[in-house]
Design a protein around this ligand. Structure first.
Ligand SMILES: *Cc1c(COP(=O)(O)O)cnc(C)c1O
Length: 416
């Protein structure tokens, strides 16, 4: 699972190592307030060129959650600067995850991470997710995603005057169990956000950089969001950094004489760190030089064929895939898709079995998933599929003793 979805080209990759070594001999860090440096300029230009047309400005933070905070604050602030003070609220999908800081938690909906802090959170609109695992039998992903959009349309129609932005994880709800949906939803959402004058924030922290089969998930819907949040694979899994891309129109709402106090006063000490920029530039070079997106197609096909047999497993409700992410949903009862009680921790059995076999599978509740680095080989995919099959057999074989293992993750509660 790519070390929590960040490592795309392996550990100690010679090309990324070299770039960081060269950079550390030039400049380790300088504040990005009133100053700039060559790697951050180059990275900004490369990101603007790589992302869909219209995203022309880049803001840096030092992790994904703070990238989300920036997009939320900037959207809110844009409407204020534009004389639309009422537009203060955010719309989010059920089962979504956008990080761990307080505003990022507010737009998330994975109870495990947010319930404890409920009194601290912003009041958001939660709209039912287009999650295609929940589609009725016989209905296609596209049709289900399209139908589920009616909920979003209704919320926007009723409340758009109070809404600053809609935030989504495009195509894959990662921490919520690798639940997936069709790009038509994003297309409809873009149209509606334009109609209702609401910003669209794409959190591509997990899905950006090739995970869904295209460089960015928004490409599959043919749209440009107002904010594109990137992190995780941005630096190849080397150093913490996030980038928030936005439009020139948004930028211009803040750019003014100092005395008007319209500026976006948000800074993190290590914003735009040159070493992280160097890692990101080397990562982008590898994507280009090795034609990675194209090469991944064969790997994605191998992931599909190596796991296809699991769809027939008596305790597997679904094997689903979007590009280089594949998920296997274990259930207690297949016909009714009844989930295992979370206390049984079936996924942990898979994890433990995989570790014994020398593989790192770290299920989300009862969802076993592959999110491999792109340097994986077809043989390694076959091995992982075999290990997952064995693990799923063991995990679903019989009743599991409910026990909270100590040692592994103290205090960790698994929602299933
Ligand atoms: C990981 C993740 C975040 C948070 O990023 P951190 O760097 O862990 O703060 C936000 N959104 C999504 C979709 C993520 O997967």
């Amino acid at each position: 699972m790519s070390s929590w979805w960040v490592n795309v080209f392996g550990h100690a990759n010679p090309r990324i190592n070299q770039r960081i070594k060269d950079q550390v001999d030039q400049l380790e860090h300088v504040m990005l307030a009133g100053f700039s440096h060559q790697p951050v300029v180059e990275l900004s230009e490369r990101l603007v060129a790589l992302t869909p047309a219209g995203l022309e400005r880049v803001f840096y933070t030092d992790n994904g959650s703070t990238g989300i905070e920036v997009a939320l604050k900037m959207s809110f602030h844009y409407w204020r600067n534009s004389g639309r003070e009422r537009k203060q609220r955010f719309v989010t999908l059920t089962n979504s995850y956008h990080g761990e800081t307080v505003a990022a938690m507010s737009v998330g909906d994975v109870a495990l991470f947010t319930d404890t802090y409920k009194p601290l959170l912003l009041d958001t609109f939660k709209v039912p997710s287009p999650d295609c695992y929940l589609r009725p039998e016989g209905v296609s992903w596209e049709e289900h995603s399209r139908q589920m959009f009616a909920h979003m349309e209704q919320t926007l129609a009723e409340h758009h005057q109070d809404i600053a932005a809609v935030i989504v994880e495009p195509l894959i709800q990662g921490a919520g169990g690798m639940r997936m949906y069709h790009p038509i939803y994003l297309k409809l959402l873009r149209e509606a956000c334009d109609r209702y004058e609401v910003h669209l924030i794409h959190d591509e922290i997990a899905v950006g950089f090739g995970r869904t089969g295209t460089m960015f998930a928004c490409e599959q819907a043919g749209i440009t969001p107002d904010f594109l949040c990137l992190s995780k694979a941005l630096t190849g899994g080397y150093l913490p950094m996030a980038a928030v891309l936005t439009t020139d129109r948004l930028y211009q709402a803040f750019y003014d004489d100092y005395s008007t106090l319209r500026a976006f006063l948000h800074s993190h000490t290590y914003t735009g760190n040159p070493l992280a920029c160097a890692a990101a530039l080397a990562t982008l070079d590898i994507f280009a030089e090795d034609n990675v997106i194209e090469a991944n197609k064969a790997l994605a096909a191998r992931m599909a064929s190596a796991t296809a047999h699991l769809a027939g497993h008596p305790h597997v409700a679904e094997v689903r895939q979007t590009g280089m992410a594949l998920a296997i949903e274990m259930v207690q009862d297949k016909p009714s898709r009844t989930a295992y009680p979370w206390q049984e921790r079936r996924g942990l059995k898979v994890y433990q079995h995989a570790l014994e076999r020398g593989a790192l599978l770290r299920p989300l509740g009862s969802v076993v998933y592959f999110l491999p680095p792109y340097c994986i080989t077809e043989e390694q995919i076959d091995f992982l599929a075999a290990v997952a099959s064995e693990g799923i057999d063991i995990a679903t074989r019989d009743t599991v003793q409910v026990a909270m293992p100590s040692g592994l993750y103290p205090g960790f509660r698994d929602p299933g």
